[in-house]
Design a protein around this ligand. Structure first.
Ligand SMILES: [Zn+2]
Length: 166
């Protein structure tokens, strides 16, 4: 299976959303379709008011909708996770120099982690899609070990359907 390693980055900048593949069609990629919403806890607010911290020191939560760019698909994927604010560009007083680094903890429906080859038995394809959900939707782990675990868990299933051992 072709692997979509781009998906396994743990985090990305708010203005550089990866081109996650659409979980509904095999043609499109996802891009932001709603403003990024970030919030922080009361405890973080109190921490900020204490004067011991600034907005760059706290962890935020974010939500954002992504949409498939294929006109007759338009799948919507809800994304949630953690965000940290960085003075990324450090180029003067312009507010635009501040950017959130987003660490998704869940995506629904989950984008595919790998291409499912044509002709894959439906039961295998469904199990793989479920594995994608557990990696990106259930546990929201966009890290290599989770992808390895996904491959490892699906190996016996794929092998039992006559595919070459992987
Ligand atoms: Zn699509």
């Amino acid at each position: 299976m072709a692997e979509a390693r781009l998906l396994w980055e743990e985090s990305y900048w708010d203005d550089r959303t990866p081109a996650f593949p659409c979980p509904r069609c095999d043609r499109g990629n996802l891009s932001p379709n709603s403003p990024l919403v970030t919030e922080y806890s009361t405890a973080a607010a109190n921490y900020l008011q204490s004067g011991d911290a600034d907005p760059l020191d706290i962890t935020y939560r974010f939500t954002q909708m992504l949409k498939c760019g294929v006109h007759d698909c338009g799948e919507i994927v809800a994304t949630i996770g953690d965000a940290e604010l960085f003075d990324r560009d450090n180029i003067g007083p312009d507010e635009d120099r501040y950017h959130y680094k987003l660490s998704p903890r869940g995506m629904h429906p989950a984008p595919p982690l790998a291409t499912i080859p044509l002709g894959t038995p439906e039961i295998v394809a469904n199990e793989l899609k479920l594995a994608f959900h557990f990696v990106l939707g259930g546990f929201g782990i966009l890290r290599e070990p989770a992808a390895d675990k996904c491959r490892e868990n699906s190996r016996p299933l794929r092998n039992s359907y006559g595919r070459h051992p992987v």
